[in-house]
Design a protein around this ligand. Structure first.
Ligand code: ADP
Ligand code: ZN
Ligand code: ZN
Length: 736
């Protein structure tokens, strides 16, 4: 019998595949690409994925170890997914084993046969006269329970994981179960097949002409690769366009993948997908437990799901009949993974659409400069939505010059006046401050000593409720010192203002209204965010204070005033993306104002009202601002007019990373240039010294050739073992 070999991806940080022998007793049935096998690697046994099967091998056959075990289970990756993951590993120059590792749910990465239990799902019970009465009763007495009942009744077979993400609780499920309205059963495996009745016609909107043209353009490009960018302000009807563009794909019995930056933040949008299509929908995000993750993965793999909605890693879902990809809020930086495998969910989604020859739709109110440039140059199809859908109008942005005003706790006189008037009309106000905690620092009022985190050389943030100093960079905590260690004074006090303090102060200024704060600290408890968002919709709170968490996607119909307390955040940063990010954030926050029929207003406090960036943004809007900024990027030969890779290195001594990177710059590269090495913006973090080196080229191809050249010489670099280094292709955060 001829010898046969497999090349496998092993979960180790090495940029190569490994060869193993297929022993005779494992030849039948034939091993397939994408199969899971157990192999011994060093002293361990690990799960590896078969990437190719060959009859020959150019390594000395005696040195090749046999496969330890075939798992013989139903889990295997399709050929197409395997080649897609290879493509990703090549593009990001990332260890291929780790790429496979990240694409698989954790339970599939263990050397263990899995006991498979069908997941439990909820169904509604048959209606009797008695239950009909109960339903009418909860409709008036418990609207949330009623909404839950209706959802389950429509989608026979919805999982707890999904209901939880949509904001429902176990208590509500228990209440309905006690009333014998619903019941939990084992899910029956089935294939998704489209039926006319799956589309809820009654929820469909009549499209505006602008919207109809986009849907038609997307429909035209079905079954071929085309990238569409929908550039439309918040509320202009992008989601409606996605929903209608999906219809044809689903009717073809093909699947749709929807990628969103953060899932828990936008249950309302998710509900719209659920309400429009009565088809199996899977939610994929980081709050699922290991079993739920495996279930989601299997559902996708077995074609029993029609729509997958998920955060960035959903892009690796094993969908066999994928017909369209949608990336919402494509500019959002949380689509990019910022550690180990540093991929961008949007870019990888485009790679996948290209590989599968299917359309992809990107949407945003503030497109990234990369996508905008591709759209303007004709590489993508560019669609604009100019007006808000329905009756609402675009909110007007105005600047408040804080230098000319008396300030009280960060609020100017005119802002206070506007807030008061809005509250008097019974409407809600959103106050945006992108700094959580009570105060960004504490200092000694006598000698001006500042309490710094020793491991990061940055001030500790004071959290009053916990009476703790917390470093927002490394997470270390410490008690507030009673005395100044420098001069002995006891006059130690907070400086500056964070959301925690703002909440307290604003309650003093407006004692008659309810204030709610939404940031990472106030929503740490599971379910808390959903609860607070619900309370806002129910108008239990009039004043909403929040960080960027509140800027994203939410729909608060009664917020008519949005106040940005510190609009200067990024005006003078060294990161060339800072102004793009700030403009996006401002426009996104502004998008929260006046979403329903009432007109909205946005007030931005600034010390630099004449700054050209702010002026341009306020008077001419994001598109104009972005086009101007693109001209500057072009002149400076910065992305998207060039391509970058960032090599980061850190160590306990500053000289190691510096020398490690400097040695790399001694390579002669064609059509590529180096910038650096320079200390990172945060030079010290958690006790480590950090440096980085940027590699830049006009040509993506030459950049990648240069990276391969560098990766080849790194093993010979004498500091290579003394530093921790990483590679970031198309970096978006140079502040690291
Ligand atoms: P976006 O995704 O751009 O924020 P949405 O699709 O959520 O916009 O639309 C905003 C609101 O306008 C939603 O309540 C939606 O139901 C409504 N809407 C969208 N398109 C139309 C339309 N053609 N006619 C009437 N209302 C619409
Ligand atoms: Zn002092
Ligand atoms: Zn620290």
């Amino acid at each position: 019998m001829p010898k046969s070999y497999v090349q496998v991806a092993v979960p180790v940080p090495m940029r190569q595949l490994f060869t193993y022998l297929i022993p005779n007793d494992m030849q039948q049935p034939p091993i397939h690409i994408g199969e899971r096998v157990a192999v011994s690697f060093g002293a361990r046994q690990v799960i590896a994925i078969v990437v190719s099967v060959n009859n020959e091998c150019d390594i000395d056959a005696k040195k090749i170890k046999p496969i330890a075990k075939r798992l013989n289970d139903v889990f295997h990756l399709s050929d197409s997914l395997v080649s897609f993951l290879k493509l990703c590993a090549n593009y990001y120059h990332h260890p291929i084993g780790d790429v496979f590792q990240q694409a698989l749910p954790k339970l599939l990465r263990q050397v263990k046969k899995l006991e498979l239990q069908p997941p439990m799902v909820w169904h509604s019970e048959n209606i009797t006269d008695e239950t009909r009465e109960k339903i009418t009763k909860i409709a008036t007495k418990a609207p949330k329970q009623h909404a839950l009942y209706q959802l389950i009744d429509k989608h026979q077979g919805i999982s707890w994981a999904e209901l939880r993400t949509l904001g429902y609780s176990k208590a509500q499920l228990n209440a309905l179960t006690a009333k014998t309205l619903i019941t939990e059963v084992k899910q029956q495996p089935c294939q998704f097949i489209w039926q006319e009745s799956a589309l809820a016609q009654e929820n469909k909107q009549v499209l505006s002409t602008e919207q109809a043209i986009i849907v038609a353009a997307i429909n035209q490009s079905i079954e071929q690769f085309a990238c569409h960018l929908i550039d439309g302000i918040t509320g202009s009807g992008k989601t409606e366009v996605y929903l209608q563009a999906m219809e044809n794909v689903l009717a073809n019995n093909q699947q749709v993948l929807v990628i969103v930056p953060e899932i828990g933040l936008t249950p309302q949008t998710l509900l719209r997908f659920e309400q429009r299509f009565n088809v199996p929908i899977c939610l994929h995000h980081s709050n699922l437990n290991d079993t739920e993750r495996l279930d989601t993965w299997l559902n996708a793999q077995q074609n029993s799901v029609a729509i997958v909605i998920g955060t960035r890693s959903a892009v690796f879902s094993p969908l066999h009949k994928l017909g369209m990809i949608i990336v919402d809020e494509e500019h959002d930086s949380s689509l990019k993974q910022q550690d180990s495998f540093r991929y961008h969910g949007r870019d990888v989604a485009i790679l996948r659409a290209r590989q599968l020859n299917i359309p992809i739709v990107l949407g945003s109110a503030t497109p990234s400069f990369e996508s905008l440039q591709n759209a303007l140059s004709g590489k993508y199809q560019y669609h604009q939505l100019h007006k808000r859908a329905g009756q609402s109008n675009k909110a007007k942005i105005s600047l408040i010059d804080v230098a000319k005003q008396q300030m009280e706790f960060g609020l100017s006189g005119s802002l206070k006046h506007e807030i008061k008037q809005t509250l008097a009309r019974g409407e809600q106000v959103l106050v945006f401050l992108n700094r959580r905690g009570y105060a960004p620092a504490i200092n000694c009022q006598e000698c001006h000593w500042l309490c710094d985190c020793q491991r990061c050389d940055k001030p500790y943030t004071f959290h009053q409720k916990q009476q703790l100093l917390i470093c927002h960079h490394c997470g270390s905590q410490k008690r507030v010192p009673r005395q100044c260690p420098s001069c002995g004074s006891v006059r130690i006090a907070p400086v500056g203002q964070g959301t925690e303090q703002l909440e307290q102060r604003i309650s003093e200024i407006f004692p008659d209204v309810s204030v709610v704060r939404i940031d990472r600290d106030s929503t740490r408890k599971k379910g808390e965010l959903t609860k607070l968002l619900q309370e806002i919709t129910e108008k239990k709170h009039q004043l909403l204070i929040g960080t960027q968490m509140l800027a994203k996607g939410h729909h608060f119909p009664d917020v008519t005033l949005v106040a940005v307390l510190d609009g200067d955040g990024a005006l003078f940063s060294f990161d060339f993306r800072a102004s793009e990010n700030m403009a996006q954030l401002l426009i996104q926050v502004a998008g929260r104002a006046g979403r329903a029929s009432k007109p909205g207003k946005v007030l931005v406090q600034t010390s630099y009202p004449e700054h050209p960036l702010l002026q341009d943004l306020v008077h001419n809007g994001y598109q104009h601002f972005a086009k101007q900024a693109l001209i500057e990027r072009k002149q400076a030969r910065l992305p998207p007019f060039s391509f970058q890779a960032l090599i980061r290195a850190e160590a306990n001594y500053p000289s190691y990373p510096e020398k490690f990177l400097r040695t790399l710059t001694e390579q002669t590269l064609i059509n590529c240039e180096f910038a650096g090495p320079v200390p990172a913006a945060m030079e010290k973090k958690a006790g480590k010294f950090r440096y980085h080196l940027i590699l830049q080229s006009k040509s993506r191809k030459e950049l990648h050739i240069a990276i391969l050249q560098l990766l080849n010489v790194i093993p010979n670099n004498e500091f290579h073992h003394k530093v921790r280094w990483s590679l970031d292709i198309d970096p978006i955060d140079l502040n690291w």
